[in-house]
Design a protein around this ligand. Structure first.
Ligand code: G3P
Length: 223
């Protein structure tokens, strides 16, 4: 089970890479544009902060030749281990095939259907990224579609993993993982709500109070 951060915000990345067990960081042109920063300095800094964790960077071209040129540039500047995110369209499938032939890591993105996932897996993608909430908005049963992708890859011994994305609440995240998605990429807001609610605080506060009543503010290592 892998958790990735779906953000290009440096402060958030620094904080949550330190706090949680994070597999990596995913970005896309929309996420990067929110930072209002120079593209290469921002990504170089993110890479520095996350070290050998995964960095997924999306190409922006609309034909496979230019996608490959962008990917080469990304790998040269950010490392050959960078995951090249490629939209799962016809030109993208072709780019994925070439990228895998040259040994690149590939994440197929903008995935809404099992057919797209199948095409990306056959092109050798390491991850496919189905958009949970955006599928829900189309009245598609995202949980079923993601479960189908997992089962399809398993049935055909495909090593491609499902990296579910586009979440608006924690129930969607847990649904994706429950049906077998190997990875989820989540905003920091959603990730923090996983372990934040008044009932948890109440329990922890109770332990703290009982401890202080008996031992004062001493820590275990001070007793
Ligand atoms: O990683 C893809 C994801 O960021 C799309 O999410 O929230 O724009 O639907 P959203």
């Amino acid at each position: 089970m892998e958790i990735l951060l779906d953000t290009a915000n440096l402060e958030q990345i620094k904080k949550y890479v330190e706090l949680y067990e994070i597999t990596g960081v995913t970005s896309n042109p929309t996420i990067i544009s929110k930072e209002k920063a120079e593209f290469w300095p921002l990504l170089t800094e993110i890479k520095k902060v996350i070290g050998d964790k995964q960095l997924h960077v999306q190409v922006t071209a609309d034909n496979w030749q230019d996608m490959l040129k962008e990917a080469e540039c990304i790998r040269e500047k950010l490392g050959a281990d960078t995951y090249i995110k490629v939209p799962t369209i016809e030109q993208g499938i072709c780019a994925m095939k070439h990228l895998k032939a040259m040994g690149a890591n590939v994440t197929a993105t903008a995935v809404y259907t099992t057919q797209q996932a199948m095409m990306a897996a056959c092109a050798g993608a390491d991850y496919v990224a189905p958009y949970f909430n955006r599928m829900n908005n189309l009245n598609v049963d995202s949980k079923k579609v993601i479960g189908d992708m997992v089962n399809l890859f398993r049935a055909h011994n495909k090593p491609t993993k499902v990296l579910a994305a586009s979440f608006k609440n924690t129930e969607q995240v847990m649904d994706a993982l429950t049906v077998g998605a190997q990875a989820v990429t989540v905003s920091v807001n959603l990730l923090t709500t996983m372990v934040q609610n008044a009932i948890i605080d109440f329990a922890v506060e109770g332990f703290r109070k009982d401890w202080i009543d008996t031992y004062g503010d001493k820590r275990i290592y001070e007793l």
